[in-house]
Design a protein around this ligand. Structure first.
Ligand SMILES: [Zn+2]
Length: 281
């Protein structure tokens, strides 16, 4: 599940590897992956990559001909570079960008759903595109003050994952951040006191920053299909809490799970009712 730290490290590795590389041709085998038609994908033929940057959980890959690819991996995508061409039978391929040096940039997606997407935009239109224009401030590296951002009667679990409130946090890192901040996922943003707001801001900054530092040490090209995420709470329900040793609990949703420590976060209350989980969406 790629979130801010995973997209950040991937963007750094791709930036180093792609800068100056020239596009030979590009195609989008994923039927729904390419969300734009003007300019056509063939417009990037012959252009060189300038840089790759991250905004929220999105990649922006800028080319020297005034165009940029914006890529969202959604929950199961990967953006990778390979030394050779993809097999046409590789059903994970959503976008293939062939480079004149023989390498290939590939957007792949695992699982049955096709949700990862790509837009080809003119460079000047990138910041105005709704996918980027609607994003809240970056969760990292300059974690913004949270008092006003979170002053809503919605649970923290929903607020922190709302990309229009704060950009970059998803289902994995929200569990880790709330555990580090010793805050209930069910607590409403507008109910935070100044100490709690400060703890939460610090938890966002350190957990995302530490994850990126971990990846910087652990990862190099080629980017693996499965990133070794340094998670200590998410999907660890049933295991001991890394802080207090009590049992981590979970609320189960249709296709994911929210994990927390009752002792550290919810004053001992165990909340795993599905009706309650509906309220948190
Ligand atoms: Zn605990």
């Amino acid at each position: 599940m790629p979130e801010l730290p995973e997209v950040e490290i991937t963007a750094r590795l791709l930036d180093a590897a792609l800068s100056g590389a020239q596009v030979e041709s590009a195609l989008a085998p994923g039927v729904n992956a390419l969300k734009t038609f003007d300019p056509p994908l063939s417009a990037i033929d012959g252009q060189r990559f300038l840089w790759v940057r991250r905004r929220g959980k999105l990649f922006v890959l800028e080319l020297d001909g005034g165009l940029a690819l914006v890529v969202h991996l959604m929950s199961a995508g990967r953006l990778q570079i390979f030394g050779s061409r993809a097999s046409l039978r590789d059903r994970t391929s959503r976008l293939l960008v062939r480079l004149t040096d023989g390498r290939e940039l590939r957007l792949r997606e695992f699982g049955t759903r096709q949700r990862a997407w790509v837009k080809l935009l003119r460079t000047g239109e990138v910041d105005d595109d709704e996918a980027i224009a609607e994003l809240g401030p970056e969760a990292w590296p300059e974690t913004p003050p949270l008092e006003e951002l979170l002053d809503e009667p919605r649970p923290l679990y929903a607020l922190l994952r709302d990309q229009q409130v704060i950009a970059g946090i998803g289902r994995s890192w929200v569990d880790e951040i709330l555990h580090t901040a010793k805050l209930s996922p069910f607590k409403r943003g507008s109910d935070l006191d100044p100490d709690e707001t400060q703890r939460l801001r610090e938890a966002i900054r350190t957990r995302l920053g530490d994850a990126i530092a971990h990846y910087q040490e652990a990862l190099s090209l080629p980017i693996p299909d499965k990133l070794p995420m340094p998670l200590t709470v998410h999907r660890r329900n049933g295991e001991p809490c890394p802080r207090c040793g009590d049992r981590l609990e979970a609320v189960f949703y249709e296709d994911y799970v929210m994990c927390y420590c009752p002792t550290c976060q919810t004053e001992g209350k165990v909340l795993k009712d599905r009706r309650l989980s509906r309220l948190l969406k």
